[in-house]
Design a protein around this ligand. Structure first.
Ligand SMILES: [Zn+2]
Ligand SMILES: [Zn+2]
Length: 330
């Protein structure tokens, strides 16, 4: 089969790879229809993700058609997070915290390929007429829904009344802004240092768009800050921009360095939440939100053939695309 293989720092190759081994009982062989390019794939591409060791087929935001067993022919969306299913966290629906968790495209082969084998329990039913690019947004949308759900749990007022800010106009940030809007938030700010991404954010009304490098919004003025970048700089901004008693949701994984003003967080009783991936319930809610149109037009998605995957990685790396998400088609 053809696959896009991460072979070393800033290097991916579209090439012939052995097809996946025959599925065992409880496993499904899928033909992949579409798979989104994620910030975490970029992190690997930059050689910064110790968990993703080349050579490796990346990609985990996948949708496809089952090719074996009782569900042959069924169109499905992949839950790429494989968990044990029987530990305390799994049994409580918090599969993202399972100590045994695995993600496809991390240690296991990913979905930038024509075929993949995944556990059958990781297949989610896809509405028959759902666009495959939209379906591939299920996973990143679930991340954003998860962030907003965690925020709502601790926020002292309804989220619809909150003044909110999202740092980063990549897919997670954009989808977080759209989720906030879908919940009736009238004040959503979104910042990005990339002018092309800001232009996309303005074109599609993701919120009040700003450039963090030229003018940050007023300090201490946001009930909610979602950091979809996760760098020392964005943590410093989050610390300053959040209101007393507000909530910071940290979802980005750009670096592990400092940035948080823990003194201000303490004195102003700011809640800081780390958010990682999603539960199965978040994935189901995500399919519903996308399919029902709650998140508005998804025309900002960019589609490319998997054979052009090398250019997609390079373009995101070089900051020359304004698309918050590129979806690759094998
Ligand atoms: Zn992802
Ligand atoms: Zn578990």
């Amino acid at each position: 089969m053809k696959a896009l293989v991460y072979t070393g720092t800033q290097e991916v190759q579209y090439r012939e790879e052995p097809s996946p081994v025959q599925p065992l009982d409880g496993e499904a062989l899928l033909h992949i229809d579409a798979c989104g390019l994620c910030g975490s794939d970029m992190h690997a591409y930059h050689g910064l993700d110790a968990r993703r060791v080349p050579p490796l087929i990346l990609g985990h935001e996948a949708t496809g058609v089952v090719q074996n067993g009782e569900r042959t022919g069924e169109r499905v969306i992949v839950n790429p997070l494989i968990s044990c299913g029987c530990c305390f966290d799994c049994l409580n629906g918090r599969t993202n915290l399972c100590a045994e968790r695995e993600l496809i495209g991390m240690r296991l082969a990913g979905a930038f390929a024509e075929q993949i084998v995944v556990p059958e329990k990781n297949l989610l039913a896809m509405p028959a007429d759902m666009d495959v690019a939209h379906a591939s947004l299920t996973e990143p949308t679930a991340v954003s829904l998860h962030c907003v759900a965690l925020v709502e749990r601790v926020l002292a007022r309804p989220i619809s009344e909150a003044r909110t800010l999202v740092i980063g106009a990549g897919a997670i940030g954009v989808l977080a802004a759209l989720v906030l809007q879908s919940k009736g938030c009238s004040e959503v700010y979104i910042g990005d240092t990339n002018a092309l991404r800001r232009a996309t954010a303005e074109k599609y009304n993701f919120g009040h768009v700003y450039d963090p490098l030229s003018a940050e919004p007023e300090a201490g003025s946001f009930d909610v800050v979602i950091d979809a970048v996760g760098s020392g700089r964005t943590r410093a901004s989050s610390s300053q921009l959040v209101k007393p008693g507000g909530v910071i949701c940290h979802a980005g994984l750009q670096d592990d360095a400092d940035g948080l003003d823990t003194r201000r967080l303490t004195l102003q009783e700011v809640t800081f939440i780390g958010a990682y991936t999603y539960s199965v319930a978040d994935l189901m809610a995500s399919i519903d939100a996308i399919y029902s149109g709650k998140l508005g037009s998804l025309e900002w998605l960019e589609k490319r053939p998997l054979s052009d995957g090398g250019s997609a990685f390079a373009d995101v790396h070089n900051g020359v695309t304004g698309a918050p998400k590129i979806v690759l088609y094998p």
